[in-house]
Design a protein around this ligand. Sequence first.
Ligand SMILES: [Cu+2]
Length: 147
Amino acid sequence: MKTPLVMLLAVLCGWAGTAAAAPASVRVSGCWIRLLPGNLPSGAYFNVVNMGAQPVDLTGVRTDAYGTAMLHQTRRSGSTSSMVMVDKVTVPAHGTLAFTPGGYHVMLEKPKTPLKVGVSIPFTFVFSDGEQVNAECETKSATAMGH
Ligand SMILES: [Cu+2]
């Protein structure tokens, strides 16, 4: 009886060890949403910190609160600015990338339920190395400029 139990434990521990092997290398902090009225798209802003020795790409954002969540970049040329969709945003090794009004943001469209200022919405940030980071994003008024 003894040997099978030891083997079983080894298998279980080995599996658990594999699942926990990769320590989190990225962190998302200070996430907030500039909530615009009605069906206007809202922007989400946050900081991504890469503690790893390799650059990592943010490739997508998921939330149940909105129908679509896309990575966007605001680009200025002269006095006009426009938004473009981007596939990924690279966070440098040992670096921080800030998503801010006027720069990178996550464009949120089609809210599934009406949202109020001052609530926290769960988001999942998906990275190119397979890591998925959960963070809460706080809704703020349309005139908010960040922290
Ligand atoms: Cu946008």
